[in-house]
Write a protein that binds this ligand. Sequence first.
Ligand code: IMP
Ligand code: MG
Length: 181
Amino acid sequence: MLENDIQEILFTEEQLKNRVAEIARQIEADYSGQEIMFVGILRGSFVFLADLCREVKLPCTLDFMSVSSYGGGTTSSGQIQIIKDLSEDITGRNVIVVEDILDSGNTLSYLLNILEHRHPASVRLCALLDKPDRRTKPVELHYCGFSIPDAFVVGYGLDYAEKYRSLPYIGILKPEIYGGE
Ligand code: IMP
Ligand code: MG
């Protein structure tokens, strides 16, 4: 059972739902009368983005990008590669990049820099989770679900070695699962 690998539940389904609704209200206030282009970073953001885009009562389009950073481990390699680029042109659009978690900031500082060079009307970042203690590259986070301590978390889209994404809550993974202390 996947549940047996979880040390502690950090955010329940209900807490996640409530926080997603609060973020949606912020986005609606900030983009009132405008159209949004959500850019989901695959694969971790897929659950969060699915819930978020259904809560935001504004016209929007969706596109996805995939970048590699972690491989199978629990720390960023620092080497970022675009695996799948956007299908749409972002010139003149109001882009909100949606990510599962902001950790070292390596992935997102690289990605935001690339997107800004494509001349969107605006780019903002929305991450469900933030681990500020681990930041090595400064990244401006406009919409943040929850700040969390430095623990490896899974569920609600987040994985360890591609597993646990389907858990409906966010939990701390038992360190013995990934060989931590
Ligand atoms: P960064 O480049 O170090 O900011 O890494 C960001 C990416 O690392 C996220 O999009 C996640 O895919 C992954 N990541 C970082 N921390 C965790 C975690 O606690 N659980 C699952 N994935 C994580
Ligand atoms: Mg991941």
